[in-house]
Structure formats: C-alpha cells, structure tokens
Design a protein around this ligand. Structure first.
Ligand code: HEM
Ligand SMILES: *[C@@H]1O[C@H](CO)[C@@H](O)[C@H](O)[C@H]1NC(C)=O
Ligand SMILES: *[C@@H]1O[C@H](CO)[C@@H](O)[C@H](O)[C@H]1NC(C)=O
Ligand SMILES: *[C@@H]1O[C@H](CO)[C@@H](O)[C@H](O)[C@H]1NC(C)=O
Ligand SMILES: *[C@@H]1O[C@H](CO)[C@@H](O)[C@H](O)[C@H]1NC(C)=O
Length: 327
C-alpha cells in the first residue's frame, strides 16, 4: 500500500516536472502540444491523412494550405476568420479581400474530423495542422509539434485584411514593421518568406517589375521569361499565374527560395527587399547554404506565427462547418 502510493506520488511528480518543462518551453503561449490527446486522439492523424490525400491529388495544394494559415494568423489572429463566407448581415468578409485557394479542401478536412469527433476540433487548429502537414509532405520536413487549443472566432471583416496583410510592394522597413506588429522579428520575416519557394502568384502582383521597364534588381533572363507569360498591363491579356519558383520543382517547399533571391529570381518587390540590408542578406545567404538549419527555423517560425492572438479556453467557439459561424 505504502509502496504503491509512494510510487503513485513519484509518477505524479514526474508528470508535474514534464508539465512544468513543456509549460516553460511554450512560455507566453496558451496553446499546448497534443491538445486533443484525450478529447479526440485521432484528430491530428485524420487531418494529416486527408491533407496528404489532397496534396497527392494536386501537388499545388501544400502552398495553398500554408498561405491560408499565414493569412488567417495575420488578420485577427489564428481564429479561422479567413474561412467565413459572406452572409446577408456580414457581406464584407475577409475572404472577399484577397483570393486564396483551398477553402473547399479545408471543409473536406473538417468533415473528416467531424466524422470521428463531432464538435471538438476547431477550424483554427485544422488550418495549423494542415500547414504543418504541408511542410512535411511538400517540404520533406520531419514532422514537428504544432501546439493546439485554438478556438474559432465569430468576426470577419474585409477591411482588416487591407490593414494587416503586407503588400508585395512593401519596402524592407515596412515589412519588418508589419511583422513586428504580429510579434514576429526580422529573422522570422526572412525565414517565413521561404514559403515563396512554392506555389503560385498572379502576374498583377509583380507586373510593375516587368513593365514598362524591367526592375534592375531582377535577373534579366528571368524577367524575359516572365514577360512571355505576363502580358503588359492594359493589354487585355488577363492575369495569368506563374510559379513562385521557376528554377526547381515549383511544388516543393525548400530553401531554394534563398538562392533565387540572391540571384534576382524572385517575384515580388517584398522578396527582393530582403537583400536590402546587410543583416537580412546575410540571413538569406545562411538559409541558402544550410537547408537543415532553415527547415528547423521555418518549423519554429510557423509555430510562432500560429500563436498570434489566439482565442483559447472558452473564448470563441468550435465551428461545425469551417465556412459558417455556429449560432
Ligand atoms: C512577407 C510578406 C509577404 C508578402 C508581401 C506576400 C505576398 C504574396 C503574394 C502577392 C502572393 C501571390 C498570391 C496570388 O497571386 O494569388 C503570395 C503567395 C504565397 N505566399 Fe506570400 N507573402 C508574404 C509572406 C508570406 C508568408 C509569411 C507565407 C507563409 C509562411 C507566405 C506564403 C505564400 C504561399 C505559400 C504562396 C503561394 C500560394 C498559392 O500557391 O496559392 N507568404 N504571397
Ligand atoms: C484517409 O483519407 C482517405 C482519402 O484521402 C480516406 O478515404 C480514408 O478513409 C482516410 N482514412 C482515415 C483513417 O482517416
Ligand atoms: C508551373 O509548374 C508546373 C509544374 O512544373 C508547370 O506544368 C507549369 O507550366 C508552370 N507554369 C508556368 C506558368 O510556368
Ligand atoms: C535599398 O533599396 C533602395 C530603394 O528602395 C535603394 O535605393 C538602395 O540602394 C537599396 N540598398 C541596398 C543595400 O540594397
Ligand atoms: C550567418 O551564419 C554565421 C555563421 O554561422 C553567423 O555567425 C551569423 O550570425 C549568421 N547571420 C545571420 C544574420 O543569421
């Protein structure tokens, strides 16, 4: 009896120590690893399985999930506000401000999770898990913990997007300010910009670097190739998409972005601006030289981004459908 209760006490102590450690490592974050461990043990595996299936079918979808997570977190925090559809009482929602891909795919993941644990897993956490899983599937990252316990918000406002999502023509100092307003530093800016190694972009976001004269910081051969796809503004050629990286497989998340950056083969002013200070240029050179170090930094920065202004505890709600508020 005595031995058994002493044993129990030791086990409890061990748990307390482990809890203290994990609390310390997540200091300032109300989120926790494996939040659904007892309430929905299959949650993360289900998200992973469906996300993998979606990317296997369409390899461009990894980039879509990562960008959705970025846009969610930068506007009102990571609360899935980006996913809400317009309603008659709120027609001007976030998703009307900037076109993003992947909304149907997120609904598909949510439906699979609802079928194993109805009403338990938030859409905000599903976005975070899907972004993590995309780094694993599309970037070859070893899986890493994505803390969870986010709740879904009930507000979504078009104008918040314009104020919080950085424009692709921002100068370095303004990019740094934009990230700082979200608690992210200049290292996070350089590291997370590596997401522009994969996915797609519309010509309209960088046409100003092609016409009427080519931006001298852009590689001339690269610019000439882009001009064969992107028509001059005003020529009624529409707004085609190009791949973020035209150098290697455009669906792989990797540190290729930084070699592209150093050689002037990136699309946006905001990308090229990372070469505008000796610190950010050195950081880019380091990220280019050491893939493993960049991957570790990217995973950590994605987790950090995932902690922006989260709703936890009893704040907000857990939606049933990611595109509508639960009333
Ligand atoms: C630093 C400021 C940033 C600016 C100005 C910026 C801007 C843009 C723009 C204009 C596009 C093209 C969208 C389109 O034409 O549909 C794009 C694409 C993308 N961005 Fe960013 N972005 C930034 C940071 C980030 C961050 C932090 C991430 C994620 C960690 C990210 C992930 C992506 C991805 C994955 C795509 C491709 C999306 C797709 O294939 O649908 N971006 N970005
Ligand atoms: C995994 O996803 C596939 C679709 O990609 C689905 O058919 C299958 O039932 C899923 N399995 C689990 C265990 O969620
Ligand atoms: C983007 O990459 C895909 C896959 O490599 C390729 O089929 C497609 O032609 C590329 N698009 C452009 C505009 O270069
Ligand atoms: C930074 O950008 C400005 C223009 O925005 C340019 O005049 C300046 O030369 C650039 N500096 C560096 C170090 O690239
Ligand atoms: C780049 O790497 C070198 C060598 O590891 C390091 O001393 C330096 O601080 C790094 N620079 C940046 C900006 O991260």
């Amino acid at each position: 009896m005595a031995a058994s209760s002493r044993c129990k006490a030791m086990v409890l102590l061990a748990f307390a120590a482990a809890a203290a450690l994990s609390t310390a490592s997540l200091a300032q974050s109300p989120l926790q690893n494996n939040f659904y461990g007892s309430s929905c043990p299959q949650a993360e595996a289900t998200v992973r399985n469906v996300t993998e299936g979606i990317i296997a079918k369409d390899r461009t979808m990894g980039a879509a999930f990562v960008r959705l997570f970025f846009h969610d977190c930068f506007v009102r925090g990571c609360d899935a506000s980006i996913l809400l559809d317009p309603t008659s009482s709120n027609p001007q929602v976030e998703k009307k401000a900037i076109a993003l891909r992947g909304y149907d795919a997120v609904n598909k993941i949510k439906a699979a999770v609802e079928s194993v644990c109805p009403g338990v897993v938030s859409c905000a956490d599903i976005l975070a898990f899907a972004a993590r899983d995309s780094a694993v599937v599309s970037g070859g990252f070893s899986s890493f913990d994505m803390p969870s316990g986010r709740r879904d918000g009930v507000l979504s406002n078009f104008f918040d997007v314009l104020q919080n999502i950085p424009s692709p023509i921002l100068k370095l100092q303004d990019l740094i300010k934009n990230f700082a307003a979200k608690g992210l530093n200049v290292d996070d800016l350089v590291t997370l910009s590596g997401a522009h190694s994969f996915g797609q972009a519309h010509c309209s976001f960088f046409n100003g670097r092609l016409y009427t004269t080519v931006d001298p910081t852009m590689d001339a051969t690269y610019a000439a190739a882009l001009k064969t796809v992107c028509p001059a503004p005003g020529s009624n050629g529409g707004d085609p998409v190009v791949n973020n990286s035209r150098v290697t497989d455009p669906n792989v998340l990797s540190n290729q972005y930084y070699s592209n950056l150093v050689t002037g083969k990136v699309l946006f002013v905001s990308d090229q601006q990372l070469m505008n200070s000796s610190y950010t240029a050195a950081k880019a050179a380091n990220s280019s030289a050491d893939a493993a170090a960049w991957m570790g930094q990217f995973a950590a920065a994605l987790v950090k981004m995932g902690g922006i202004q989260v709703l936890t505890g009893t704040a907000g709600q857990v939606r049933k459908y990611c595109n509508v508020i639960k009333s």
